[in-house]
Design a binder for this molecule. Structure first.
Ligand code: FPP
Length: 247
């Protein structure tokens, strides 16, 4: 008998993830330095976090700095780290006041000590909040995340704490950076590029992908609502069949 999956709940998706792309191109199109694109990107991020809360989204994951971004020029890396510092210093109190819980995914080893401290301070301060969960992917790469999980499992097998036949998809998922959170229902990427670029590769197995043609600094509540409307037009089957009404 074919398996059936329930139709998606057509309210707000529980978990929205965003690849914030196009800051550099937005700036170049206006004859501005790339750093200005990133600064406007932080403005768009503020608007999006606010809108996500208002729209009833439970979890918002943002790709803030990828494991591959270290290949950018040192001046741009300095700009991005400076923006993160300022974002946490200026916005953390407001995020906390709005009952937002901050979570961090990605590799923490190797980050500048003050950056690591700020990220951990954001998590600690907001740990007991019950509103929107804001997952900041920082120094994050999905292949690296999966490799970290595998390394832990391999160590457990080597020490006899696990047998190889205990290694299941569920076990691997339980070793990822935020194992308690559900997979994203939808991943949005701005700037017109249509790829995942090493973002949430494991968790994206059944996510809807929505690519929007605007650059990240232009993103706002209306753009988020349009992307969610596109998501709602999709039919999610999780490999099963969708039961049509009346059948
Ligand atoms: C992509 O634009 C964006 C990033 C590399 C990082 C996203 C960063 C922000 C929105 C601002 C920083 C916010 C925090 C909290 C650190 P791009 O530079 O790849 O644009 P391009 O593809 O047009 O060059």
């Amino acid at each position: 008998m074919p398996t059936t999956a329930p139709r998606a709940d057509f309210g707000a998706p529980r978990h929205v993830a965003i690849i914030m792309d196009g800051n550099g191109r937005w700036a170049a199109a206006r004859g501005l330095p790339r750093g200005e694109g990133h600064r406007r990107g932080v403005e768009a991020l503020r608007k999006t976090v606010r809108a996500a809360g208002e729209l009833g989204i439970g979890i918002l994951t943002i790709f803030s700095f990828s494991a591959e971004n270290w290949m950018r020029p040192a001046s741009e890396i300095r700009d991005l780290m400076g923006l993160l510092r300022r974002f946490i210093r200026n916005d953390l109190a407001e995020l906390h006041g709005n009952n937002i819980k901050v979570r961090i995914i990605g590799e923490r080893d190797g980050l500048a000590p003050d950056i690591r401290r700020l990220l951990e301070e954001a998590e600690d301060l907001t740990r007991h909040n019950t509103g929107l969960i804001l997952v900041v992917a920082f120094n994050y790469g999905a292949r690296q995340e999966i490799a970290r999980a595998m390394r832990g499992i391999a160590e457990d097998v080597a020490h006899g704490r696990l047998t190889p036949d205990a290694v299941s998809a569920e076990l691997v998922a339980s070793r990822l950076d935020a194992p308690d959170l559900p997979d994203p229902d939808v991943i949005i990427r701005t700037s017109g590029e249509q790829r995942l670029s090493n973002f949430l590769l494991w968790q994206a197995a059944y996510s809807e992908l929505v690519f929007v043609p605007i650059y990240w600094p232009e993103f706002d509540r209306a753009a988020l609502e349009n992307a969610l409307a596109e998501y709602r037009r999709r039919e999610r089957r999780f490999g099963g069949l969708v039961v049509e009404a009346g059948s």
